[in-house]
Structure formats: C-alpha cells, structure tokens
Design a protein around this ligand. Structure first.
Ligand code: ZN
Length: 150
C-alpha cells in the first residue's frame, strides 16, 4: 500500500440506492429490520432454518414455517469487494458478504465498520441496522470485538 492510498472505513449506503420492495412473503423480515430484529423462518416439522423467506421448507417441503428472531451473530462465509457498482447511486468500494448466521442459515449483506483489507473468511460479525431512505432499514454486518486483526 503506497503512502498516498486513502483507506476508508466501510459504512452504510446513502439515500438514493435501489431499495427493497417487500412482498407478502418478505414483509415480516423488513418489518423486523425496522424494529431492530433480524428475522428468519424455521421449519416446525424438521427444524431447518430458512432464508430468504420461502413458502415451503427447502429441506422437507413442509409449509409449516414460523418466524424467529436471530441473535444477529455469525461469521463471514464469503465476500467480494465491489469497486464498480451497478448504478452510480452506490458509494464504492463496498464489500458484499455472505454471512453464516449462528442459527444455521446464510444471508447476503454488506460489511461496515472496517476497511476492505480487514475482511476475512471466518471473521466474526454482528448485525447492525441502518435507516437508508424513507424509513427503509437495511441490515449490515460489522466485525465484532477481536474480529479484525491488528
Ligand atoms: Zn422442514
């Protein structure tokens, strides 16, 4: 890294980015985000954690799914740095991450609270909620204490 490199700490996106359009199926998840809860479905027949929201359990096909609240903790399963976003509305770079939640499911999000160089597979992270625009709240993940190597 040259002495002229600017290292920025990743943060949430600003107003103007494309926002989710909740459906009947996903509305409980988005309402949870607005209330500071990371919600997911669990199959009452086989116990499998389901995400993203689905009508049927991907494990056993049961339609008996109930909403539960995740503790919001997990580890980085995979990630990629985006330097050329799909639209100019996004501030780049940003890091897209697949988080493996402690409850046993995966979700796609973005990393905040560290630099792109800090992100590692297996890094422990916790959810943070950020209001972006018009009351829409998005879940992001940040390293937990000890998650970033000095
Ligand atoms: Zn099931």
């Amino acid at each position: 890294m040259s002495e002229h490199t600017i290292v920025t700490v990743l943060g949430p996106q600003r107003a103007g980015i494309p926002l989710p359009t909740p459906t009947v199926l996903s509305r409980p998840f988005w309402e949870g985000c607005a209330e500071g809860e990371l919600r997911y479905q669990r199959c009452t027949a086989c116990g499998r954690a389901e995400f993203d929201p689905n009508m049927l359990c991907r494990g056993c096909g049961s339609d008996d799914l109930e909403w539960q609240v995740s503790a919001g903790r997990g580890t980085v399963y995979s990630y990629t740095e985006v330097t050329r976003p799909q639209t100019p509305a996004f501030t780049s770079p940003y890091v897209v991450v697949i988080v493996e939640l402690d409850e046993g499911y995966h979700m796609v999000s973005n990393i905040v609270g560290c630099t792109t160089a800090d992100v590692r597979i297996g890094m422990p992270v916790a959810v943070e909620f950020h209001e972006i625009d018009g009351g829409v709240v998005l879940p992001y993940f940040a390293p937990t204490a000890g998650g970033v190597n000095p």
